[in-house]
Structures are given as C-alpha cells and as structure tokens.
Design a protein. Structure first.
Length: 673
C-alpha cells in the first residue's frame, strides 16, 4: 500500500467508521459504476462532487470522501476499504468472546471465565456475549479469539459414542469369545470419563463466500491441505494461506453458509477411506459410492496428498505391463512402475487404449483404477459398462468427478484415486491407474486458483500448475522388496488442440513422464487404429520392460516402419520402381495392416510374439492386404489347436530359442501349405 493510501487508512481508523457505513459506500460504487467515474472526472467541479457525496453516502463518511476525491484517490478507495475491513475484523475478533450455555452461569463462574479469557487473550477488559443454546444439551462452549473450548455434553456424548463403537468393534474382532463383560467394562470407563470428553479446537469464521470458495478469518495455525469443517457439516480443503486470511475450497454445496459462519480445524489432511471393498465399485472424488450398491466399509484412511517414495525405496522398472496392443507392446513397451503419457486430439482413441490395457490385465494380478476427470456422466457409464462386459470390473475401481461437479471435486479426484492405488500397492500388489484426463484437471485447478485470486501466468494457468502434476505422477513407482514390492503404473491422458504438443500443459506432462504415445487425427481418419504416430511416440524405459521373446520378435520393427514412411513419401509421384523399393513398400504396407487392431481385443503375449516373428521373417509378404486379418486369425486358431507346446513355452520361458523359432517356422509353413 502506498503512503497516501496509508494516510487515508489511518484517517478511517481515527474516525472509527462502522463496517455498515463502509459496506454502504461499497454498494453504491458497485451498483452505480457511473458514480465513481463522475467523482474521478476532472471536468466535474468540486461543488458538484460534494453535492453527489452528500446525497448518496452516510453523513460520517462525507468529509473523508470529499478529501479522497479532491486528492484523486477515488480508484484506490476499494483497496483502502478492504484494508480497513481487515483492521476492524482483527479488532473485533481479538476481543470477541461468545459463551453458549443451557443452564445460566453463576456470577462466580462468569468471573472465572472473564479472568481466564483476559489471561489467555488480552490484558484489558473484554466484552463477553452470552447465548442460550439448548442444542448443546449441557455444559458450555466458549469461542474466544480463534479458539473454541467445547465443554458441552453434546460433544462429550458424540465422542463417547465413537470411542465406544470403535473399542467394542476391536474387542469383537480381536477375540472370538468376547463376552458382554468386556464390553460393559469399556462402557463403564467411557461413562466415568464423560466429563473430560471434550476438547479445544481452533476456529475461524467466514468473511466472504461464493463460487465454492470461502475466505476464512482466524485459524492462524492451520496447515496447507488441511481438512476443515463448517458449521453445516460441509468440509473443505485449505488451498491458500495468506497473511490475514485463509482460502478454503468447499467439498460440497455452500447452502446454509453465510458471512460469519464458523469453521473448525480437524487437524488432519484430506484423505479417503480405503479397503478391498473398493474393487468393482464406482465412487466419487471423496471415495463415497455412487453406483447404488451399498456402503463401502473403510479399513484404513489414506491422505490424498502424500510424499512420493524416495530413490532408496524404489527398484528399476524391468517387469512388463502388457497393454495387449501390438503396436505399443512391440515398440513402446510399458513397465510396472512406469509413467507413460497418452496424448492426442479429442476423438483419436486415447481412452480406448487405456480401457484395452485394463481389460488385458485380467488374470495378471493387477489392480486397475480408472479416474474420470471432467467427463460426461454418460461417458463414464459407458466405460463402466465395457469393463463389466469383459469381466474387468471385478479387479477395477472407477473414480468419477464428472463435468457437472464443482472444480474442487475434479481437482482432488486424481489424488484420491492415487491414494486408493497406494493402499493396494502398500499390500505388495501391482496397480495400474489411468487419469482421464489431466487437461481437464489443469483447467479445474486454474478455475479454482483464479477464484482464490492467484495471479495467472502462461496461458492463464497459475505458476504452480507444473507442481500440480509432478507431485501426482512422481508417486508412481516400483518399490523394492523391503518396502512391500508393490508397483504403481500411471497412464495419464492429455488432450491436445489441433495436435499442438508444444502447448503449456502437454509439454509439462511430457517432461514429467517416462515417454508418450502420440495419437494423430490424420492417422485415425485414414483408418489406422490405434492411430499411433511411430515417430513422435517413445518409451524411455524401452527394452528393459520387454520380454526377451518380444524384443527378438519385434526386431527392427520401428526402423522398418520409419524407412517405409520415408520411402512412401519419396515415391508417391514415381511411376517406375525397382524391385528392392517395391519389396520395402509392400513389407511396410503389410506391417501397417498387421498393427491395426479392433477395439477391446487385446492380444495375449504369445500371439504378439508369433505374429511379429512371422511378419519380420516374410511369412506374410505374399498375403494380399485385404486377406491378412482373416489369415492371421486362422493361423492363430491353427497354432492353438496343433502348437500348444509352442504357446506354453513362450508364456513360461519368455525367450525365443533357436529350437523354438524352428518349430514356429515349421507350424506356419504347415499352415500355409
């Protein structure tokens, strides 16, 4: 604040203008913008401005406003008023004490409370307000400063009920022969401690609320990311800590909350309840079921924000996570613990690749979590229906924060899904998580941040949007045996606009992940499904996440396709081609046709190895392209019938030995004949 603004602020403090008059002036400026323009217009005389002020504003504000207009401070008035409101809040809040009671306090009790408040908060006399509140049943609640001392019977009974329920459950679960005497002894202990079952909590109150964001005054010791609870039972997450106020995003509707409503710290970070009962269910961003199949009993509570495992806790990514998609498993292999980005324009098959990968995990002991961020509810329902149809829902969890839900739900959904994944990973399980998609996640965070008055940066995103995704994706890892041996593999999805992978959010996520699968609209429209661009796609884990059999069978597949593309462009206007060029083009067309794969039809490992080996050794070169799909289907049916020993050896040893390759060639030749 500039010096001249400070002088006017001091003048307001000296005049001791009430908040009601400040609000009146504010409302005039907001409802009639022309007034501010007129008062700041140099062509309007001072006498005319003085008459306007006297007609429209409270009397005790006249002198202040006349001086402010004279000194050209009209545009600075909103900022001065905001500062003055903060001063009034601090002044009021520091000496405000409210005591809620059922039975009126005696004079001696009132004197003791006054003495306690003065010693704890201020060294001068304090105004105490007494309110009769029968809802607290008995005892009293003292709100002084930003601390609440709850000595009410209502809170004591609630805490006693919770403790008794938990301890009784523990007794029953820990001992098969738990008798009624054990439970009664617990009850006696709780009743004996009834009067002490109350505590001290730090409180604040709302100064401004709207658009799912609440500004809180008080709660001076609150932590970033902490869960707070409002008086109507709605919870919120602290997302902005400033010098005098705290910004909280609401996890629910703001109905019933107004300026002055109280809010209490919970002392714990936002989290979700987790258990094995999550499998096969559709839940919201808070972990509550939305599929109508009943309540999910939580065995544990995992915070949605958690530190990523350190380097010492991890081990190298060298176990494949098969997608069942030939083009990906052969050229851009994904390992357990890897983060592989799926990127492309809308309607290019990004979600289909993720769903195919989930379907392919059937029988492979991998838990799958699909997080839908900002999707239409009908789209999420379609994905759930597909997973059920192919028997994948029994080992999957769907977390949905649809487009109709507030931005805070879309913001926390991927973190909640990761917390669920970490629960299974902590039990030594392998987990696959799909974030569909992080573009909408960034947009939701931008909307939330702008409502919290954070300054926008590049492309109107706040400066910390990189940290938003890096702290999420860094949690994907493969743990060593000492830390459980589980793994968390991430498939984040990013939607580009007109194939622009150099935009802010795409480049951010590309730099965080271990590779990307780039899907191109032109390839998709030309009939290549999946529409993978082999030049821009990459896996930074590479052959470490492939079996030896796959590595040998794939050979120089990517190089062959690159040479084919280059030669195809070079020769598109040529009329006569030599035999070597013709063979290269025919081989490239055959490989392109082989890599086409219908939806929801993931290929098992052995089938991929056999098809790639056959293609790379010329067994498909003489087959017309239109007949290739039918030919390969019949070939695999033949091998399943007469080459079961080959299939078993590939799946068991995952190595192509000389003897095995000879047997593969013999059975393909026999089928051709």
């Amino acid at each position: 604040m500039k010096d001249n603004q400070k002088d006017f602020l001091k003048e307001l403090i000296r005049l001791d203008i009430p908040q009601e008059d400040i609000d009146t002036v504010r409302n005039v400026f907001v409802t009639c913008p022309d007034v501010a323009d007129t008062l700041s217009n140099p062509l309007v005389t001072q006498d005319e401005k003085r008459n306007i002020i006297k007609k429209l504003f409270p009397e005790n504000m006249h002198k202040f406003l006349i001086n402010a207009v004279r000194d050209g401070m009209t545009d600075s008035l909103p900022e001065i008023f905001d500062e003055y409101s903060e001063v009034l809040l601090e002044k009021q809040h520091s000496i405000r004490a409210v005591i809620r009671y059922v039975t009126p306090l005696t004079e001696s009790q009132q004197a003791d409370l006054r003495k306690f408040i003065m010693e704890r908060f201020v060294k001068e006399d304090v105004a105490i307000e007494y309110r009769h509140d029968p809802d607290i049943i008995g005892g009293f609640i003292l709100n002084a400063g930003d601390v609440e001392y709850d000595k009410s019977y209502r809170t004591s009974l609630r805490l006693m009920k919770e403790t008794f329920k938990n301890r009784a459950t523990e007794l029953i679960e820990s001992s098969d022969n738990a008798n009624s005497g054990d439970i009664i002894s617990v009850l006696k202990t709780e009743v004996k401690d009834f009067t002490t079952k109350s505590g001290t909590s730090e409180t604040g109150f709302i100064t401004r609320i709207g658009d799912g964001i609440a500004r809180i005054h008080g709660m001076n010791s609150v932590m970033y990311g902490e869960l707070v609870e409002f008086e109507n039972g709605i919870r919120g997450i602290v997302q902005s800590i400033e010098e005098k106020t705290t910004g909280v995003v609401l996890l629910g509707q703001e109905h019933g909350l107004t300026e002055g409503s109280s809010v209490v710290r919970t002392g714990k970070r936002a989290g979700v309840g987790v258990s094995d009962e999550l499998l096969g269910r559709v839940v919201d961003a808070l972990g509550s079921p939305i599929d109508g199949l009943g309540v999910i009993k939580a065995d544990d509570y995992f915070p949605i924000e958690r530190e990523a495992p350190g380097v010492i806790e991890r081990k190298s990514v060298n176990v494949p996570l098969q997608t069942g998609i030939l083009a990906i498993d052969s050229m851009f292999p994904i390992g357990r613990g890897q983060r592989e980005l799926i990127i492309g324009d809308r309607q290019t098959g990004k979600t289909s690749i993720a769903v195919d990968t989930i379907i392919n995990q059937k029988g492979k002991d991998v838990i799958c979590i699909y997080v839908a961020i900002g999707q239409k509810s009908s789209t999420v329902a379609q994905v759930v229906s597909t997973l059920k149809k192919y028997g994948a829902m029994e080992y999957s969890v769907v977390v949905s924060a649809s487009a109709s839900e507030p931005a805070p739900f879309q913001y926390i959904a991927p973190y909640s899904g990761t917390a669920m994944a970490e629960y299974f990973m902590s039990k030594g399980r392998d987990v696959l998580i799909v974030y569909d998609d992080l573009s909408k996640h960034a947009v939701a965070y931008r909307a939330m941040s702008l409502l919290l008055h954070r300054p926008p940066g590049r492309e109107a995103y706040p400066g910390d949007v990189f940290y938003l995704h890096s702290r999420l994706l860094e949690r994907s890892s493969r743990l060593d045996d000492e830390h459980g041996g589980g793994s968390l593999t991430a498939l984040p999805i990013i939607e580009t606009l007109a194939g622009d992978i150099s935009a802010y959010i795409p480049t951010n996520v590309i730099s965080i992940t271990d590779g990307q699968i780039f899907l191109e609209s032109e390839l998709f429209n030309s009939g290549l499904r999946p529409a993978v661009n082999y030049g821009l796609s990459v896996s930074r884990v590479g052959g470490a996440a492939q079996t030896k059999a796959m590595k040998k069978a794939a050979g120089n597949l990517r190089i062959d396709l690159a040479q084919f593309k280059e030669m195809e462009i070079f020769t598109q206007f040529s009329s006569e081609l030599d035999k070597a060029t013709t063979d290269l083009l025919n081989h490239g067309h055959m490989l392109t046709e082989l890599l086409k794969q219908p939806l929801y039809n993931p290929l098992p490992h052995y089938e991929q190895v056999i098809l790639l080996y056959a293609a790379q050794h010329g067994f498909f070169d003489d087959i017309p392209l239109k007949e290739l799909r039918e030919y390969r289907t019949e070939l695999m049916n033949y091998i399943r019938s007469y080459g079961q020993d080959i299939i078993e050896e590939i799946e068991e040893k995952k190595v192509l030995t000389g003897d095995l390759m000879e047997r593969i060639e013999r059975i393909i030749t026999a089928f051709g004949e």
